[in-house]
Design a protein around this ligand. Structure first.
Ligand SMILES: *[C@@H]1O[C@H](CO)[C@@H](O)[C@H](O)[C@H]1NC(C)=O
Ligand SMILES: *[C@@H]1O[C@H](CO)[C@@H](O)[C@H](O)[C@H]1NC(C)=O
Ligand SMILES: *[C@@H]1O[C@H](CO)[C@@H](O)[C@H](O)[C@H]1NC(C)=O
Length: 310
């Protein structure tokens, strides 16, 4: 049995490597260390100067006190179908590149005026607890952050074009934290960690149940306009940060942390960037949810018990 497995795995691995496409912008010198190629130096590249000069950069620290409640923000519409694609270890992060053919996953409504189509999912994480998320809430990080990246299909032909164009990209961000149980959808990824254990290796995933990687409800969120968090940091992104995290087990987090050939020391996260007078809006009505007549304004964000579980 053991031998058979080894044989099948070997086969899988070879075909998988053959199908792995050339990496585009994933290559290059940039990374997450604190020295010559780390986030403070990204803007030194002439194509990526906005990483340094941009004033609508991401990620940010979300300050509960300054969130603006916007009653006009509708719940997000997300057709969470099963997706297929390539799951890849590109050394900077893990990316699930969604197949362009077949059923697309459309994202619309919420703060979005256009319809967007999911094209990839990126996984940011860290080796220490609560250092793996890019966005932070009140200065606190989470164990990881999933980015469901979608491009504007009403205006643009593909994500390459959308990434450099106005209102091109929408990113749904979901925080990752540990709970008592294995996450079933995450397990599908976890089972393939051994295949993507080489730099730029990838594997096919068919019929991945997208909904299981999202919190039960995506109705409530925080939204602001910002940038891609990797070079070239284009300021074309409407961020939608879901109010609830998803939970994976400690073992799943450990397995994630142990994937080799991650070219970073502590985490693959860009440090938070200044807000520069941007509005950060939410459709979470704190006043309605907290007890009427409560004068306890400082509690605002704490009503979201889910985010403050630990
Ligand atoms: C997503 O939107 C496109 C139009 O851009 C439509 O053709 C497609 O059927 C929609 N997908 C689903 C799953 O409804
Ligand atoms: C991270 O959290 C887990 C679970 O609470 C704990 O077992 C582990 O010791 C923590 N690791 C560090 C480095 O604090
Ligand atoms: C994306 O769309 C643009 C504009 O239509 C086109 O020039 C470009 O070749 C497309 N790129 C890819 C990778 O399909």
């Amino acid at each position: 049995m053991q031998m058979l497995f080894a044989f099948v795995e070997g086969l899988l691995f070879q075909t998988v490597l053959a199908m792995c496409p050339e990496s585009d912008h994933w290559g290059g010198w940039w990374g997450y260390d604190g020295y010559s190629s780390g986030p403070p130096r990204w803007g030194d590249n002439e194509d990526w100067t906005i990483c340094k000069t941009g004033k609508h950069q991401s990620p940010i620290n979300i300050e509960p006190q300054t969130l603006l409640y916007d009653p006009n923000l509708q719940p997000l519409k997300l057709e969470a179908a099963a997706i297929s694609g390539l799951f890849r270890n590109n050394k900077k992060d893990l990316t699930f590149l969604v197949n362009r053919h077949g059923f697309g996953v459309n994202i619309s409504s919420g703060p979005l005026s256009y319809r967007y189509r999911l094209y990839q999912i990126k996984l940011h994480f860290g080796r220490q607890n609560q250092t793996g998320s890019e966005h932070t809430v009140d200065g606190r990080g989470f164990d990881g952050e999933l980015h469901f990246m979608a491009y504007n299909t009403e205006l643009y032909a593909n994500y390459t074009e959308a990434q450099v164009s106005p209102r091109g990209i929408a990113i749904l961000a979901v925080f990752l934290t540990t709970g008592e149980h294995d996450n079933a959808a995450f397990k599908t990824l976890q089972e393939r960690f051994f295949i993507i254990d080489k730099p730029d290796s990838c594997t096919d995933i068919e019929n991945f149940p997208l909904a299981d990687l999202l919190p039960e409800s995506t109705d409530h969120f925080i939204t602001y306009s910002g940038s891609l968090t990797q070079p070239g940091c284009r300021e074309t992104v409407q961020w939608v940060i879901i109010n609830k995290p998803i939970y994976i087990s400690q073992q799943q987090l450990n397995d994630l942390r142990n994937i080799p050939y991650q070219e970073w020391m502590d985490s693959n996260t860009r440090p938070v960037m200044p807000l520069n007078n941007r509005n950060v809006r939410t459709n979470i009505n704190f006043r309605k949810r907290s007890r009427l007549c409560s004068m306890d304004v400082s509690k605002k964000y704490q009503v979201n018990a889910e985010l403050w579980r630990r």
